[in-house]
Design a binder for this molecule. Structure first.
Ligand code: GLV
Length: 339
């Protein structure tokens, strides 16, 4: 029997592509920039499996033009780049890579939090600009992290890994999520609060919720107005959780103290974006999961999820497992041309 056809939208680290090459007819997009939408659609048209990144939009046009598509394996925890209801309606399975990146993203969340609190990027710029003339009692003073209150919004894998680190830093931890987590509350000594109260009490607010219709612009002018004037907002989730115009205003007018952003809206941030003119913002290019080991794990898991689905089993990390029955029948039909 011929092998199923798979398109991967970028070169991947580690052995993921070798694994896919053994079991599929593999095509790989070799460029640094993502395939343009038209190219992605035309590649998808002949495929049984797609391995996508968060930069690739999987929409109804793509799905309607890909009659043999069985699975879209997203190499990311988030899957807001994929129209999930549309994939489900067409019995296409969607998988993702949660879990393997939680500790790495939590490390990075703390790196950003500390960078903003202790003004590390500003201090680096200060040295490089030749401004370091002496040790001074009032030079580059920042905020203490130990003893401060950390508000964690979202208590999934990453939120919990951030709480674990915050405990080591001697922080008071409050959190908000869709449901209470009594075991984690006991383990990390943290308190559940309604979002508004969390925003009022926290010295640092960090976002760990997925981007959905409900969470888009979760932090807007009103929410920023509830935060302390000294508070720092950290975002390693998705840029669209925050109203960026309102954030700029709040930072510019000193309504909050600072922000540390791994994610922006849009990505990449435009060079003329006014946020880039502010000293009290740290911005990095969506790299929270970017450790060598974690990116290799993510790529391997995405490849394994894709192969598992092509073989007719539902991977653990499936975002739409409710379509399983219809999907099994559709999969057989879509592979029929190969036999
Ligand atoms: C990265 O942002 C991810 O969702 O994995």
């Amino acid at each position: 029997m011929a092998k199923p056809t798979v398109f991967v939208t970028r070169r991947l680290p580690g052995g993921a592509l070798d694994l896919l090459a053994q079991h599929t007819e593999l095509r790989v997009w070799e460029e640094e920039l993502p395939p343009p939408p038209q190219e992605l659609r035309s590649q998808a048209a002949g495929c049984h499996g797609l391995l996508t990144l968060l930069t690739d939009r999987v929409d109804t046009t793509l799905l309607d033009g890909a009659p043999n598509l069985i699975v879209v394996s997203n190499m990311a925890t988030g899957f807001d780049n994929i129209d999930l209801p549309a994939a489900s309606e067409r019995s296409v399975l969607v998988t993702r890579t949660p879990g393997v990146l939680s500790e790495t993203v939590a490390d990075f969340t703390f790196a950003l939090l500390l960078a903003a609190a202790r003004r590390i990027p500003e201090a680096d710029r200060y040295v490089r600009a030749g401004r370091w003339r002496t040790w001074g009692p009032s030079i580059l003073l920042g905020r203490d992290v130990f003893g401060a209150t950390l508000g964690i919004v979202g208590m999934g894998g990453v939120g919990a890994a951030v709480a674990k680190r915050a405990r080591g830093f001697g922080m008071r931890i409050v959190y908000h999520s869709n449901s209470r987590k009594p075991r984690l509350e006991r383990r990390y000594g943290m308190t559940f609060l309604p979002l508004e109260e969390l925003l009022r009490q926290s010295d640092f607010v960090t976002l760990h919720v997925p981007l959905t219709a409900e969470t888009r612009r979760l932090i807007s002018r009103r929410e920023l107005g509830l935060m302390k004037e000294s508070a720092v907002l950290v975002n390693t989730s998705r840029g669209s959780l925050v109203d960026q115009t309102a954030l700029y205003e709040a930072l510019k007018l000193g309504r909050i103290g600072g922000a540390a952003l791994d994610v922006t809206d849009p990505e990449p941030i435009q060079p003329e974006d006014p946020l880039l003119t502010l000293e009290n913002v740290v911005i990095v290019p969506h790299v929270a999961s970017a450790s060598v080991a974690t990116r290799e794990h993510m790529a391997k898991l995405a490849a394994e999820n894709l192969l598992t689905a092509l073989r007719g089993r539902i991977p653990k990390d499936t975002a739409n497992r409710e379509v399983a029955a219809a999907w099994r029948a559709a999969r057989r039909q879509r592979l029929a041309s190969l036999s």
